[in-house]
Design a protein around this ligand. Structure first.
Ligand code: CTP
Length: 423
């Protein structure tokens, strides 16, 4: 087989039976512990083997039996009930790929920063050698406490990644309060964990270092009047997945998103736009400070020549008449960037095609002076637009070609990020 022409068989998910990925979920004593039951369930459904380690305080809020039932694994909640001869926390440390602590209280954050090991979870954390993800949950006054913030900085410096916290209403002993400190949603934590696992699968010890990565996603809406627009069927999922994987790979990520109803990727800065013109302005502003661009947005090629200030009314008696729309082309953002692109900047375009995939892809690669182009077949109903899965072929300006087999968009995105930012 030609070295430049490989086909990668990606897993659809991370199947527990064939290829168990073990994640340890540390649960500590915040009222948000009930949300972690949903987190376990989501991770399991994605094919992850979840081992729960709980603190005493967490076990007062949610019964260990609940986690045992949902995870289908024994729950470690003490250093002192060893089912086997080996200490449970050391045996777990041998087989776990990733530790996520959700919810993480101010107490566990302080213990991790200070190297204190006085219960099963803090002891396990010291023995753990993989990525550490922390989803804090606490009262907003505690979250903004300088000691807590200093502990977080210490942990970030050592490579820990913080997932949130979100801002919003936080349940406290004295009632509900509003501010930063609410645990991120289980869906977002699940995606961050999966993106980390996928990126770990692709890392071969070779990394291009931390970069400023710009990603665009979603459709653009071109207004016709205050209530109508021209849009397209892009869901934004591919772009959001690219942003999630780039964050998981340790990059500094800005996501410019058209109107997509998806939760923001944890750890990425999100700039929201509506129209192709707004997308163009935002991309140009960010591109000059970026090392790489993934242009996954489905930018409208045309917009109505005029957008009415008031709702266009249906004229009485015009039911039989044809109505015409005057359209005008939008700026091709990628092509305009080729004028200002520096050789050190990496630009990845995305093409949605229905026929002659390779021919159209190679023409776009040349025409827009891209480093890479990922093309997918939108004539297929099972992949691409508005679907959970994708299958793409990557072409490079230096003649590389790689087909990434059908898999979840997160799995495909992880391969694209790993391949295009390799060196
Ligand atoms: N693109 C862009 N600005 C536009 C239109 C598209 O930057 N106004 C980018 C897309 O984000 C994508 C790439 O160009 O990365 C290819 O988009 P695609 O719609 O497949 O191709 P077009 O160049 O629009 O050509 P055509 O629609 O004729 O296939």
């Amino acid at each position: 087989m030609n070295q430049n022409n490989q086909s990668i068989q990606n897993q659809r998910s991370l199947p527990v039976e064939e290829n168990p990925c073990t994640v340890v979920l540390g649960v500590t004593g915040s009222i948000a512990a009930y949300k972690s039951v949903d987190l376990v369930s989501r991770l399991r459904r994605s094919g992850v083997d979840v081992q729960v380690v709980m603190t005493d305080n967490a076990a007062r809020l949610v019964a260990p039996l609940t986690f045992l039932t949902i995870s289908r694994n024994p729950v470690v909640d003490s250093l002192w009930n060893m089912p086997r001869w080996e200490p449970g926390h050391i045996a777990l440390a041998e087989k776990s790929q990733l530790l996520v602590i959700a919810p993480a209280t101010a107490n566990i954050i302080g213990k991790l920063a200070g190297g204190i090991a006085d219960d099963a979870l803090s002891t396990f954390a010291l023995a753990h050698r993989g990525p550490l993800l922390i989803a804090p949950a606490m009262n907003p006054r505690m979250w903004s406490n300088p000691t807590v913030q200093e502990n977080c900085r210490v942990l970030r410096r050592r490579g820990a990644r913080f997932l949130g916290p979100d801002s919003g209403s936080v349940a406290c002993a004295g009632g509900e309060v509003t501010g930063g400190g609410r645990m991120s949603e289980p869906e977002s934590i699940t995606r961050a964990v999966l993106a980390s696992l996928y990126m770990m699968e692709h890392s071969s010890g070779k990394s291009g270092g931390k970069r400023h990565v710009l990603v665009t996603a979603g459709p653009t809406y071109e207004p016709l009047d205050p209530v109508r627009f021209l849009g397209n069927r892009s869901s934004g999922r591919m772009g959001y997945a690219l942003a999630e994987c780039a964050v998981a790979a340790g990059h500094d990520v800005t996501l410019i998103s058209g109107p997509a109803g998806l939760p923001p990727p944890l750890g990425a800065r999100v700039v929201r736009v509506n129209t192709a013109r707004e997308m163009e302005e935002a991309v140009i502003r960010q591109f000059v400070v970026s090392d790489a661009l993934f242009m996954a947005a489905a930018v409208a090629d045309f917009r109505p020549a005029e957008s009415a200030d008031r709702k266009i009314k249906k004229e009485k008696g015009c039911e039989e008449e044809r109505v015409s729309l005057n359209l005008t082309p939008t700026v091709d953002i990628l092509r305009s960037l080729s004028e200002i692109k520096k050789t050190s900047q990496r630009v990845v375009g995305f093409a949605a095609e229905t026929d002659n995939l390779e021919k159209h892809a190679l023409a776009k690669l040349r025409d827009k002076k891209l480093d890479w182009l990922a093309v997918n077949d939108v004539s297929r109903q099972d992949i691409g637009f508005d679907s959970e899965e994708n299958e793409v072929t990557l072409f490079s300006s230096t003649g590389d070609k790689e087909t990434i087999a059908k898999a979840s968009k997160l799995a495909v995105a992880s391969r694209i990020v790993a391949k295009t930012l390799k060196d």
